[in-house]
Design a protein around this ligand. Sequence first.
Ligand code: ADP
Length: 527
Amino acid sequence: MKDQSVEQRHQDLDHSGGPPDLHREARDLRRLINAVPGLVWSTDADGEMTFLSQPYLDYIGQSLDAALAGGWLDAVHAEDVEGLLSTRAAALAKGQAVEHEVRLRRADGVYRWMLFRASPSLDEAGKLIGWAGVNIDIENRKGGRDALRDSEAALRESERQLQQIIASIPGLTWRADAQGNITYWSQTFFEYAGADATLEDIIGYGFLNYIHPDDRDLVMQTWVSILQSGQPGESETRIRRADGQYRWFLWRVSPFFDSAGKLTQWFGINVDIENRKRAEEELRRSQTELAHVTRMTTMGELAVSIAHEVNQPLMAIVMNASASLRWLDGDTPDIPMARQALDRIVRDGHRAGDIITSLRNLARKSAPRLDRLQLDQVIPVVLDLLQGELARRGVVAKMQIGENLAIRGDSTQLQQVILNLIMNALEAMAGATGGQRLTVRAQVCGRDAIVSVTDTGPGLGEDDPERLFDAFFSTKAEGIGMGLSICRSIIEAHGGRIWAANNGARGSVFSFTLPLAEGTDADVVNR
Ligand code: ADP
């Protein structure tokens, strides 16, 4: 078959003006075409293949005839044929140069990526007379490009997965720069905070607007101290939801260091703990209720002794009142003596009043509160109330309470602890013979006040004393086993510890600690 296109080109290239040696020049041109580092080909104006260079034929391992009879298209990878033909159709329609990447089968059956390039051949009048093309092997470049494309795709995929993980974390995640300015909040925050929240609103320190006004100072203090420490930290705070309700969140944050070990960012997560908080509050409330009930039970058991205790000053008042009447009656009233009797009435009146006030306080049912308290004002009240009971049981009580032992706590709750421990001690000593002694001590131990109640009862035996503090543990026929468990929850809520031990050879000692209030300077004074 005649290669018109090449000869045409050959003529186009001929600028010599002399009589051309057509055969020689066509041969030279063919040699040149075969030397091109690419597979050269041409088609007629309709895109039908009319020529393939020798390197092309060698590459596909076909004869010219076979290739022109359609073999050239067989050498194109089945998956790429359609794309190539549609590119060809588009080129024919527009008459413009095109290029397309296909896999082309080599004689040994291996496919390599080739860039097919074709441009229209025009005659002098500008009419399209055919197409000339060259295929360039891009397998190696393509491999590199594909690897890049693959790794970009893998990166995008892992980013997408990370985004999905972040979005599905059940919490509000965020990021801050090294200075503590928030630079990112997860979508979950915007869903929580509502449609009004925008990133501009809350980056930097704008998130403070969503924090409960009462918590803002604490959040800032905690955040600043975490930033200064460079260490992970956590705190609890209330954050406003879209409907205006504040819910409790636990927020945790960790520093992020770059490969040089420099702190560059912080990553944080806020987890909704509202339900847990509510359950804790419920528990605290029912513990307070229970403590109140057991206190009332103990006071009920003590009713007789307490009534006796209140009765004593009242009896004394009646006696002194009769005496003063006598001093005032008669012809020469003895005013000084009457005055003395009246002074005693005032004193006893106060005493009766004090006992009733302590009783009312113990019977009080109110939420626990933390006040600055002096132990030498909290503990004696209980022993005063129990004077009648101690006397009835023949127990000698001793108090050794340091002065100025200030702690922070709820006096009713602490008095209940003392009351429980003393009642247990009295019950433990109930069956014993011989002189029974009860000692209540309070002194400083490091940064704590340590209070102990010692008895001369049978002691605790060999078993682990910790079990006594379990709820419902009791060795008493009538016991419910809640006393010590309540004592423990009260003391732990005050930041202290409570434990029991044998007191040497005889009796037991129950002790608890309470952190001292700031600025306490205490000495031990025997009473
Ligand atoms: P309850 O008094 O109803 O038994 P508690 O929790 O107050 O409940 O006490 C639990 C148990 O601890 C008591 O049953 C008793 O066995 C033991 N216990 C408490 N105090 C003393 C004590 N001072 N000496 C010996 N055992 C004690």
